[in-house]
Design a protein around this ligand. Structure first.
Ligand SMILES: Nc1ncnc2c1ncn2[C@@H]1O[C@H](COP(=O)(O)OP(=O)(O)O)[C@@H](O)[C@H]1O
Ligand SMILES: [Mg+2]
Length: 327
């Protein structure tokens, strides 16, 4: 049985915005599933529906056999949610944030403390647990946020943009912690992200969402295989002769005076044969570079546009600064 089963889920906001436009999902227990898409694609809206924060306009969402509308209270006990905006309180200590969260779930004090300590150790915050969160770095806050969603031992964890606004290194560390959670607790994780590398390195399966629709779904390697081609750039001492021996390749172009670019489905199979011919023809390779398909190319193929990561990053930093000022 799929732990998350979604059928034709739709959300139309007041004013008629179709934020989520009939999506279907089947997610297995223990999977890390990534919802990848640009700003405004409908990721947060989906998470909100699956975590019972908002009601779907139509369609069904079944979480571990429970309906998000009919069994709302039971669903909430079974899931953890780490929302897009930081939810931890700056004016409390790390441990106090977790105890507060535990009290919302009616967890007895002693149990809460034990669980909190275990989680703090897991994300290397144990030493900092008695510090006020106002003294934490951005990465530490995000880690605290992460374990706050786990205090009641949920079976499924929803992470909405878990590394939003973090620098590249801190982000990579966060991925390690998230992988560790799955390994230690066997927990199912549904996360949203607009970072291609995040989805690529962390997720077992990815659904690319754009304008409220899932445009393609699969494991990172399945998705890359759909793009189909490895790109090889090569510089040799005799380009004309070389082009003749490339006669079995259809897609050949000159990038500059020297660099020849061609595309092949599997460079690891094609190149050894090519090297043999190069050797036989006494050609010399001056430079060679192979590029495997990336999620970038998948994204462009299925949405017709680039992710424009830097632009959105600017936007995020602006939002984060605004949130901090408001506090
Ligand atoms: N409360 C709301 N009322 C009206 N429109 C909304 C609301 N929340 C989000 N939207 C719109 O729905 C679309 C999807 O938003 P969202 O789910 O937040 O996307 P994402 O999380 O992928 O950035 C956007 O066009 C957004 O402006
Ligand atoms: Mg969002």
């Amino acid at each position: 049985m799929d732990i998350i089963h979604v059928e034709n889920l739709v959300k139309i906001y007041k004013g008629g915005i179709r934020a989520v436009d009939s999506i279907n999902l089947n997610i297995k227990k223990g999977e890390i599933y990534g919802f990848l898409g640009p700003n405004g694609a409908g990721k947060t809206t989906t998470v909100k529906m699956l975590t019972t924060m908002i009601k779907p306009t139509s369609g069904n969402a079944i979480i571990n056999g429970l309906d998000v509308i009919k069994d709302q209270a039971k669903v909430r006990k079974m899931i953890g949610l780490v929302p897009q905006d930081l939810s931890v309180d700056d004016d409390l200590k790390g441990i106090e944030n977790l105890e507060l969260q535990a009290s919302f779930y009616g967890i007895p004090k002693d149990d809460a403390r034990e669980r909190a300590n275990e989680l703090l150790k897991l994300v290397d915050l144990y030493e900092a647990k008695d510090r006020y969160v106002s003294t934490y770095s951005g990465g530490m806050r995000k880690r605290l946020d992460l374990i706050t969603g786990l205090i009641h031992n949920p079976e499924i964890l929803f992470l909405d943009e878990p590394t939003l606004g973090l620098d590249v290194q801190t982000r990579a560390k966060m991925w390690d912690y998230i992988s560790k959670l799955r390994k230690e607790y066997g927990i199912t994780i549904f996360l949203t992200t607009h970072y291609l590398e995040e989805a690529d390195s962390l997720c077992d399966r990815i659904g690319i969402i754009d304008h409220g629709k899932i445009v393609v779904e699969g494991s990172p390697s399945e998705l890359k295989a759909k793009v189909g081609f490895d790109v090889v750039d090569i510089v040799v001492d005799n380009p004309e002769l070389f082009k003749n021996i490339l006669n079995d390749v259809s897609d050949i172009s000159m990038m500059d005076n020297k660099t020849i670019r061609f595309k092949v489905p599997e460079s690891e199979v094609y190149l050894p044969k090519l090297f043999q011919k190069i050797y036989e023809n006494r050609l010399k390779i001056q430079r060679i570079r192979v590029e495997k398909p990336s999620l970038d190319s998948v994204f462009i193929k299925y949405t017709g546009k680039e992710m424009r990561e830097h632009e959105s990053e600017e936007e995020i930093m602006r939002t984060m600064r605004a949130i901090r000022r408001a506090r």
